[in-house]
Design a protein around this ligand. Structure first.
Ligand SMILES: Cc1ncc(C[n+]2csc(CCOP(=O)(O)OP(=O)(O)O)c2C)c(N)n1
Length: 635
């Protein structure tokens, strides 16, 4: 455990206000040491947090949190903010069940204002807070802090467009490290780089900013004269930039690791009475050599030895992501109409190999899930076979595009939803619990959930034959051993039966494993329990399911999703009068917190042991229902 001389005395933002430059410089070192020491033990977002230390310190020194409000876009880079706002002691259990969230959470601190997780929302949230406060006669600084990749998301422009129109006094901090998780993509990214690299303008800009920011008192007229002058020279170099066109003052680029310069700029910008965007350049991974070199590998990490760095963990079992990676390569080789589309999640969705092998058929569109879907629809119209690989939680953004642009015209776009179901570590905003209930009511859709790698393969092959949209969804977990299923026709589920027709678990995807464990536990207690893997969740094979419901005394549906509007409820609704003993286990109506996937499965009673216990518990009720039925039938 390191000795944190200065950091040990910091419990709230006011503790850093009076530190000397020397102490501050020591504090930045200690914060980085603290981050390395803690994140390497728990896992978490690493490189982004190392890059934003000075920037967060400067914000907390110049502004007055929580009266002034910092809105961290995505929220994954808020660790220094948490350290400075009395949450150091929570880092031991970062992202673990019952421990600290890895994102800003309103319940966790009065210094957190949004429950973040999805990108590009900060400017909209900030504008809403600002307008709300203003309507009540209050003014505080509301400061969104947004990364260059999050600035590829359309919402950010919708918000800036509105802000520029309203001309409200807001300071937007653009934290530009020229990285998303993988490299930043898009014209916006090159435009930002241009802003940071044109030498002639830089020399001029430094001079103009110096004049503007270092003259102790600038009268309004003098100030606007400088701004006009600056703008006209900038126009000479660049015409104008997108921020000025949207009605924001653009200040930058500023060195994001020079604490003193940052403080000076923030102090001066506070005086401006209009929307400003401060463009700050930071180094992702700053202070940890490997993360500076490979920021993509160190964006989010599992536990690692700080001496050795992150090592790829080799396991004998494949993850679903790896199985998909193999599958798309296999079919991509056979069919040159297959194109892969990702919204800034190439590595996470397992597309890296495909991107390397088929760069012309690979598209990273940035954090633009809505665009990804409609663009895929366009490609399908043009006769291609688009595969859109997106995390389940982020497809929530594109429900309209799926309905409007893909489903209504009946286009064969394949959606591959990774991180579907219960998601470890990231918490509420990242859970993949809603895709089934959001999508299954869309006419023409086919939704599939593989349990094994070979199922994923045949589902993909089947999806390629469909004339309409399809979804293959799976969790962040390992595929199940293939040996229990022989691949028959895909339009049927698989019954793993002992032919005693007592109890039945109906489920899908990785939960088939938990169902099998439950069945074995029950078997060891002399109770016969079969397992049915649905494989195709929508449209449900009603006839097969009704046959099953008739054959078993009790049925439990395990749902790797929210229960409301899910598969279990659909089964229940088709079963009226057939079987009164149908129960659903899944995620109930509240949002699901962070923790390991197993911790969370246990909470939802979706692990094998809990399922077995539930069936034993319910069997009395079943017996009672059977007696009631018998009596009813008699009369
Ligand atoms: C809507 C949405 N899509 C994808 C993600 C996944 N994601 C989390 S952080 C991140 C990259 C953010 O990059 P940037 O905003 O530049 O911040 P940095 O991590 O570089 O500091 C992405 C793509 C997300 N959080 N939200």
């Amino acid at each position: 455990m390191s000795d944190y001389q200065i950091l040990s005395q910091i419990e709230s933002p006011k503790d850093i206000k009076n530190l000397s430059q020397k102490e501050l410089s020591k504090l930045t070192e200690e914060i980085r040491q603290f981050l390395i020491e803690n994140i390497s033990k728990t896992g978490g977002h690493f490189a982004s947090n190392l890059g934003i230390v000075e920037l967060t310190l400067a914000l907390h020194r110049v502004f007055d949190s929580p009266n002034d409000k910092f809105i961290f876009d995505v929220g994954h880079q808020c660790y220094t903010h948490k350290i400075l706002t009395g949450r150091k002691h929570l880092f031991e259990k970062n992202r673990q069940f019952g421990g600290m969230s890895g994102f800003t959470r309103r319940y966790e601190s009065p210094h957190d204002f949004v429950d973040a997780g999805h990108a590009s929302t900060s400017i909209s949230s900030a504008l809403g807070i600002l307008l709300g406060e203003e309507l009540q006669g209050n003014f505080n600084y509301i400061i969104p802090i947004i990364g260059d990749a999050s600035l590829t998301g359309g919402m950010a422009y919708e918000a800036m467009n509105h802000l520029g129109h309203l001309k409200k006094k807001m300071i937007i901090v653009l934290n530009d490290n020229n990285m998303s998780i993988d490299g930043s993509v898009g014209a916006m990214s090159s435009s930002l780089s241009k802003l940071t690299t044109t030498r002639g303008y830089q020399r001029f800009r430094r001079f103009a900013d110096f004049v503007m920011l270092h003259i102790p008192f600038i009268g309004k007229q003098f100030y606007s004269m400088i701004m006009r002058w600056k703008k006209s020279v900038k126009t000479f170099f660049y015409k104008s930039n997108i921020f000025t066109d949207l009605g924001l003052k653009y200040i930058g680029p500023i060195d994001g690791h020079n604490l003193k310069e940052l403080e000076t700029i923030f102090t001066r910008v506070k005086l401006l009475n209009e929307p400003v965007l401060i463009h700050i350049i930071t180094k992702k991974g700053k202070g940890y050599e490997l993360a500076e070199k490979f920021p993509d590998k160190y964006h989010g990490v599992s536990t690692f030895d700080p001496e050795l760095g992150v090592k790829g963990v080799k396991t004998s079992t494949k993850t679903f992501t790896q199985a998909f990676s193999d599958t798309i390569i296999k079919y991509g080789e056979m069919n040159d109409k297959i194109v892969a589309i990702t919204a800034a999640m190439m590595t996470g969705t397992g597309l890296t190999q495909f991107f390397n092998k088929y760069p012309k058929r690979s598209f990273d569109v940035g954090i633009t899930e809505e665009h990804a879907v409609t663009m895929a629809a366009g490609m399908a119209i043009a006769g291609m076979k688009p595969v859109v690989a997106i995390y389940s939680t982020f497809i929530q953004r594109s429900v309209d595009q799926i309905i409007h642009d893909v489903a209504i015209p009946g286009l064969p776009v394949i959606f591959v939803l990774d991180r579907a179901g219960i998601v470890p570590a990231d918490g509420e905003a990242h859970q993949g619990l809603f895709d089934i209930s959001l999508l299954k009511s869309i006419p023409g859709i086919t939704i599939m959930a593989p349990a094994t790698a070979s199922e994923l393969d045949i589902m993909f092959e089947y999806a390629l034959t469909l004339k309409n949209l399809s979804v293959i969804r799976y969790p962040k977990d390992f595929v199940i051993d293939d040996s229990f299923t022989e691949i028959e026709e895909l339009n049927k589920g698989i019954l793993i039966t002992k032919n005693k027709y007592q109890f039945l678990i109906i489920t899908y995807g990785e939960l088939v494993n938990e169902a099998k464990i439950a069945s074995e536990i029950l078997e060891s207690k002399g109770i016969s329990c079969d397992v049915y893997s649905l494989r195709i969740l929508s449209p449900l094979a009603d006839k097969d399911i009704q046959k099953l419901l008739k054959s078993y005394r009790m049925v439990v549906v395990l749902e790797d999703a929210i229960v409301k509007g899910g598969i279990g409820e659909e089964i229940q609704s088709t079963s009226r009068g057939i079987n009164p003993n149908i129960y659903i286990l899944g995620v109930n109506s509240s949002f699901l917190t962070h923790g390991s996937r197993m911790d969370l499965k246990k909470i939802c009673k979706l692990d094998g042991e809990s399922v077995a216990e539930f069936i034993i518990e319910k069997s009395d009720e079943v017996r009672h229902n059977e007696v009631v039925e018998r009596i009813k039938n008699k009369w």
